[in-house]
Structures are given as C-alpha cells and as structure tokens.
Design a protein around this ligand. Structure first.
Ligand SMILES: Cc1cc2nc3c(=O)[nH]c(=O)nc-3n(C[C@H](O)[C@H](O)[C@H](O)COP(=O)(O)OP(=O)(O)OC[C@H]3O[C@@H](n4cnc5c(N)ncnc54)[C@H](O)[C@@H]3O)c2cc1C
Length: 310
C-alpha cells in the first residue's frame, strides 16, 4: 500500500478537528502519514492514532518557506504517493509551496477525492460547476475543503518520528508579526453549525442576537458581504466567493437573499436553512428548510427554545 501524507493543522496546542476527515480520506488510499509542525508530538499522538495515522512525522519551523522545504523532504523520505491537507489559508499556502518545490500536481478546494485513480472533484466558477480533474505526477498535492469528508475512526498504533532536514535560508522571507483575526467564537471554517446575518442585520449591535443563538447551538457567526461592506461585521466573518469557504453540518442564513456569490462559499453545507421575510426570495429555491419570517423574531425565538431544551 502507498504512503499518503496528511499535513496536520494545529490551532495553538490542539489539532483542528477538520483534519480528521482528511486523515480518513488518506486512509482510503493507503497508509496515513501525519506531518505536523509541533514541538510536542506526544501530546497529539493519541488523537492522530485514533484516526489512522500509523506514522507521525514531527517537524519544527516557523517560516512557510522552510516549512515547505521540510514537507518536500518528508515526501521524498517517506515516498509519499500523495500529500493531502486542508484547503484553509495555511494549507493552501504550504501545499502550493511544496508542490512547487517538487514540481508536483496541485488541486485546491477539492470536495471529493479518489486516490486510487488520482481523481479529484473541485468546485469551479463560484460553485456554479464542478470539475473532475485527473492528476498525474509523482506526488499528488490536494487541499480538501474543511469538513467535506466525514471523519471515521480507525484506531492504529503510531510511530512518532522527529524529522529534520537541511532547509537553507528562507529566500528573503521574514515574518514580522502575526495578527489574529476572528470573532472570538468558534472558527468559521471549523464550525459544525453556522448562523449568518445579511444586510437587514442593520448594525453591528444587532449581530448580538446571532451571537446569543450561536452560543447555545453551539456554532459560529458569519456575515454576508453586504453586511460586511456596511460595517456591521468584520471581513473575517464573511462567507462567500470573496470570503471564507465553509462546509458545516447546519447553515442558518438570516436575511440572506441567496446570491450566487454567497452560495459559492457555503453550498456544500449539509443542511441549509433560510430565514427571510420575502417568500419569493431566491434563497428559498436553494435551501433545505425555509422559514418565512422576520429574523428579529425568529432568531430570538429559536434561541429561547434551544435554551429551554438544553
Ligand atoms: C465579485 C463579487 C464577489 C462577491 N462576494 C461575495 C461574498 O463573498 N459573500 C457574499 O455574501 N456576497 C458576495 N457578493 C455580493 C453578492 O452579490 C450579494 O450582493 C450579497 O451576498 C447580498 O447580501 P445579502 O443577502 O445579505 O443582502 P440582500 O441581497 O440585500 O438580501 C437581503 C435579504 O434579506 C431579506 N430581509 C429583509 N429584512 C429581513 C428581516 N427582517 N428578516 C428576514 N429577512 C429579511 C430580504 O427579503 C432579502 O432577500 C459578491 C459580489 C460580487 C460581484
């Protein structure tokens, strides 16, 4: 069986939960080898073993140029047939750098993968079409949209392998500062439930009703571009073509018309609920469940019911 690498993303000292679906994808095509930038492999060993990582390669680097060089060295050392990761901001950056070093094929924002045939399905043209792409080359580099593959436990006993390699200089790249965005709640791209507000939110203050609901769900709060452009929410909360791409189990759109550009970022959500005062709003033609009503009445009522049934 081939070795399939998985670039594991950390959130502080913890593994991002969306990595486990990527490990499941790797296990479907061979022996999963986890690549992790961490000083403390022991702390994450159990979690990675639970989802089938038979080898855990730990590395240390802070600079993306040096990280990519280490990843490329791991690909060669462990003869990886493919290197998978999350199609997150970090994943897209590192997978692309590594593919470039190895002159290997790269597909990002994949929503399905078949490692046996080297085929991926990816969303194209703002989600209006999907493309089936046949990759050929020595090591397929694929970034998967977070949460598109359900994580399945496959317990194994893992070998922890600290790895170093000569990375040379960092090609003139120096990180001066890292600024953390975010809303202070659950990371949007990681969340299993998202509640999003559109233009009719009308103020940043009104987003409080979505945060209150998100707290009981529990979930993360998103915003449409109209709400972001109006200054009601920061860009880090924007979902869509020019915002974040998300794939939660449940997406609740409050006061969203259902634009193509918004759907480009969330149409792979498993269940979509639309709340809109206009029964003819386009969102009702695209969601699984629709509630015709005023979000300022429906959302607090939902929060109350959820609180009662907690
Ligand atoms: C190149 C490009 C990229 C873009 N990228 C993005 C993107 O990443 N993300 C994104 O979201 N948009 C994006 N857009 C903008 C997109 O085209 C839409 O303009 C935007 O999504 C509309 O936001 P909205 O649904 O919040 O507002 P609207 O289209 O104004 O819809 C508001 C809806 O709320 C309903 N409503 C009104 N009051 C209430 C109430 N009290 N309760 C319930 N419902 C109510 C109305 O009936 C209406 O259907 C992009 C556009 C372009 C051209």
């Amino acid at each position: 069986m081939s070795n399939i690498g998985v670039l594991i993303e950390m959130d502080g000292q913890e593994i991002k939960a969306s990595n486990y679906g990527v490990l499941t994808a790797a296990c479907s095509g061979g022996n999963a080898v986890a690549l992790v930038f961490t000083e403390n492999g022991e702390a994450i060993k159990n979690d990675l073993e639970r989802f089938g990582a038979g080898k855990i390669v730990t590395m240390s680097a802070t600079n993306p140029v040096q990280k990519a060089k280490l990843m490329a060295a791991v690909v060669k050392e462990f003869n990886l047939r493919a290197l998978l990761g999350l199609s997150s901001a970090r994943g897209r950056d590192l997978l692309a750098r590594c593919a470039c070093i190895l002159d290997a094929p790269l597909a990002l924002d994949a929503i399905q993968i078949d490692l046996a045939d080297g085929m991926v399905v990816k969303s194209h043209f703002s989600g209006k079409t999907t493309a089936i792409i046949q990759l050929s080359g020595d090591t397929l580099h694929v970034g998967l949209r977070p949460n598109v593959i359900e994580a399945v436990e496959k317990p194994v006993s893992a070998e922890l392998i600290p790895f170093t390699a000569e990375t040379g200089d960092s090609d003139g790249l120096k990180i001066l500062e890292v600024k953390k965005g975010g809303t202070g709640t659950i990371d949007l791209t990681e969340a299993e439930i998202i509640i999003t507000g559109g233009r009719p939110m009308d103020s940043a203050e009104n987003f409080k009703i979505l945060h209150a609901c998100a707290k009981v769900l529990p979930g993360a709060v998103g915003a449409s571009r109209a709400a972001v452009d109006a200054g009601f929410a920061p860009h880090s909360m924007q979902v869509g073509q020019t915002g974040k791409t998300v794939s939660p189990k449940l997406y609740i759109g409050c006061g969203l018309s259902g634009s193509v550009q918004h759907f480009a970022g969330m149409k792979t959500s498993r269940v979509i609920v639309g709340i809109n005062t206009d029964k003819d709003a386009p969102i009702f033609g695209k969601c699984d469940y629709g509630i015709v009503g005023d979000l300022f009445e429906v959302v607090p009522a939902l929060t109350e019911v959820l609180n009662k049934n907690r």
